[in-house]
Design a protein around this ligand. Structure first.
Ligand SMILES: Cc1cc2nc3c(=O)[nH]c(=O)nc-3n(C[C@H](O)[C@H](O)[C@H](O)COP(=O)(O)OP(=O)(O)OC[C@H]3O[C@@H](n4cnc5c(N)ncnc54)[C@H](O)[C@@H]3O)c2cc1C
Ligand code: FES
Length: 303
């Protein structure tokens, strides 16, 4: 599929929670081709401050508009939150391999969507596609005020259940524990024929989801997040270890999250601890680019 590189006009950039924003971008060429689980690479500033584009899952597509839902993480997302409607952003997309929701038994199975924090972003687009199957949606967040998109899922007819770390809403504990209780409430014969899991969120949550899926013999797809430089499969900066199918005697190989993923069959992933990137020390101190960007942020906020 041809990747589009375009300048998209910002239609809306709205704060939806203390820590999150939703941006609507006018990007017909991307909207036409986008599939749930795919992402866009956004150049957050035209100045040579942050050279790398930032990846964001496609949250929703309405006509020729593409929405992204983003949390404030660092300098890039802070700059993004300051963008005004009418401005333009450089976009690359749609990128990657999204969720498979159409092949084999998946079209008959009951989808369970599991979201951790801002990982909810691409699952709304998926729920829109799966709405006839009345998905169960499990939303995990730190606190009640960190829960996102509950209304959107309910409007699509989803059965929404919530878990918060502090118990301020719904189940007190991890969303993966909530998943176990949902699965355990089903008759055991039905579980692996009936359910299919789709998850996006922190790595620990995805790893737990994969373990639960394995224990109950349920199909599961997980959307991984890795630091990305190019987003198009060229730099190998985003590789993860997967079980090897190709070479005999070799137990694993590497796949690129941006090109072969971000969505993978949970059974494929080798859940090794994430190595610290080679530039981690510099990143912790902040790069020269980031210091310059922080100055820009300061100038913007003072102006
Ligand atoms: C395929 C994909 C889809 C994504 N979709 C979304 C989305 O829909 N909404 C959303 O809010 N975020 C999403 N992210 C994460 C988002 O790209 C990062 O939060 C963003 O790039 C941070 O940029 P920054 O300049 O604000 O932060 P930086 O200053 O670059 O970093 C701030 C902190 O965020 C961490 N971080 C930066 N990039 C990533 C990353 N790719 N994965 C994990 N941690 C990271 C850094 O380690 C650091 O601790 C996605 C990431 C990937 C790989
Ligand atoms: S980000 Fe360059 S190969 Fe994935």
């Amino acid at each position: 599929m041809k990747v589009q590189s375009l300048r998209a006009k910002i239609a809306i950039n709205k704060q939806v929670a203390a820590h999150a924003y939703k941006m609507t971008l006018m990007a017909p060429a991307i909207a036409k081709k986008a599939a749930p689980g795919q992402f866009v690479m956004v150049r957050v500033t035209d100045a040579c401050l942050l050279l790398l584009r930032r990846p964001f899952g496609i949250h929703s597509v309405k006509g020729s508009n593409v929405d992204i839902l983003y949390g404030l993480a660092g300098v890039g997302t802070k700059l993004l939150s300051q963008k005004k409607p009418g401005g333009y952003l450089d976009l690359l997309g749609p990128l990657g391999k999204g969720f498979d929701w159409r092949s084999g038994a998946l079209v008959r199975q009951s989808p369970v969507l599991i979201a951790g924090g801002i990982g909810v972003a691409p699952l709304v687009f998926l729920a829109e596609k799966l709405k006839k199957l009345k998905p169960v949606v499990l939303l995990g967040a730190k606190t009640k005020s960190h829960i996102l998109c509950e209304k959107e899922f309910k409007a699509l007819g989803c059965d929404v259940k919530v878990a918060t770390d502090d118990g301020s809403k719904g189940y007190k504990g991890f969303v993966s524990e909530l998943l176990i209780s949902v699965i355990a409430s089903l008759p055991s014969v039905a579980r692996n024929d009936v359910l299919s899991l789709y998850a996006c969120g922190p790595r620990s949550m995805l790893k737990a989801t994969a373990a639960i899926a394995k224990q109950y013999n349920i199909s599961a797809q997980v959307s991984l997040e890795e630091h990305m430089a190019c987003g198009i499969g060229a730099c190998l900066g985003c590789v993860v270890k997967v079980k090897s199918k190709k070479e005999k005697g070799k137990s694993f190989e590497h796949k690129r999250v941006c090109k072969d993923g971000p969505v993978f069959d949970a059974k494929e992933i080798v859940w090794v601890p994430r190595p610290e990137p080679p530039n981690a020390k510099i990143r912790r101190r902040g790069t020269r680019d980031e210091f310059s960007a922080k100055n820009i942020l300061l100038e913007n906020s003072e102006g």
